[in-house]
Ligand binder design. Structure first.
Ligand code: SAM
Length: 260
């Protein structure tokens, strides 16, 4: 696969110059929008976010079926991908994120799932407050590391991919679900109009933080195109790098293995 130059090192919300600024701003932004995050996710994606997470889980079924498999959902936010993975199989799932209020919501949802009143009661899921660039886990800990709409928010994408590599077992799987910009043309134009004009207004009105929903299209525009991300993963030593674009090229799932 051809190696493409990385367009940027990491996310840079407006006003952020250094990696430290970027991390701080991203963390503050998610801390602020946490109470409305799920509602807006489902609303603005027309519920497609649920489908994308369920589809991701299905693609990882062979790992999730193993009761001995340990899975980290990184940048887990309010836990929706972690719960989708848990529903799909028997593997042990843990989540990690650096925004405390997102984790508070994840823990509430986990407790509701674990409640004895819930017929299919599941044990509470562990959620760790941790920075994806400095994970508090030993090397070679996980069989699978997933991240949904998370990698794009890291202040240093390459450092994030290396840190995931460190905590994956040799032969372990990485799965990255992320927004992408569809190709130019009618659909691309409609997407950009919706993403850049409509979504920030609705997001701003409901969350009270318009800048967070202006950041979303800006960060997607700044992030890698799927072949570029695949090339970077290859360059970092990941094996069997593959990606699938879904929903007319608006999201992509990248999968790869840590070398043995
Ligand atoms: C768009 S949300 C995605 C949440 C969830 N994965 C989902 O599918 O809805 C991005 C999440 O990444 C987290 N995040 C961004 N940078 C991070 C970092 N350096 N370390 C840990 N979490 C980070 C944010 O706090 C936020 O919860």
């Amino acid at each position: 696969m051809a190696e493409a130059a990385a367009p940027v090192n990491g996310t840079r919300p407006e006003g952020a110059v250094t990696e430290a600024d970027a991390s701080k701003k991203v963390r503050e932004m998610f801390t602020q929008i946490a109470p409305r995050y799920d509602l807006l996710n489902h609303l603005l994606s027309l519920q497609l976010d649920r489908l994308w997470r369920a589809r991701t889980a299905r693609r990882l079924q062979s790992i999730l079926d193993r009761p001995d498999a340990l899975v980290l959902d990184l940048c887990c936010g309010t836990g929706d991908l972690a719960f989708a993975l848990a529903r799909a199989g028997k593997a042990r799932i843990v989540g990690a994120d650096f925004a405390h209020t997102m984790l508070v919501r994840a823990r509430e949802k986990s407790s509701a799932r674990a409640s004895p009143r819930n017929q299919s009661a599941a044990p509470p899921m562990p959620f760790f407050e941790a920075d994806a660039l400095r994970l508090p886990f030993a090397r070679a800990s996980f069989d699978l590391v997933t991240t949904a709409f998370g990698l794009r928010n890291l202040a240093n994408y390459e450092a994030g991919l290396r840190e995931i590599q460190r905590v994956l077992k040799p032969g372990g799987t990485i799965a990255i679900l992320e927004f992408t910009e569809p190709p130019d043309g009618l659909l691309g134009d409609f997407y950009r109009w919706y993403f850049c004009k409509v979504l920030p207004r609705i997001g701003g009105l409901i969350s009270g933080d318009r800048s967070a929903y202006t950041y979303l299209p800006n960060s997607v525009a700044r992030f890698f195109r799927p072949p570029e991300l695949a090339a970077l993963m290859c360059a970092l030593g990941y094996k069997s790098v593959d990606f699938r674009a879904w929903t007319l090229g608006t999201v992509a799932l990248h999968t790869a293995l840590r070398a043995k």
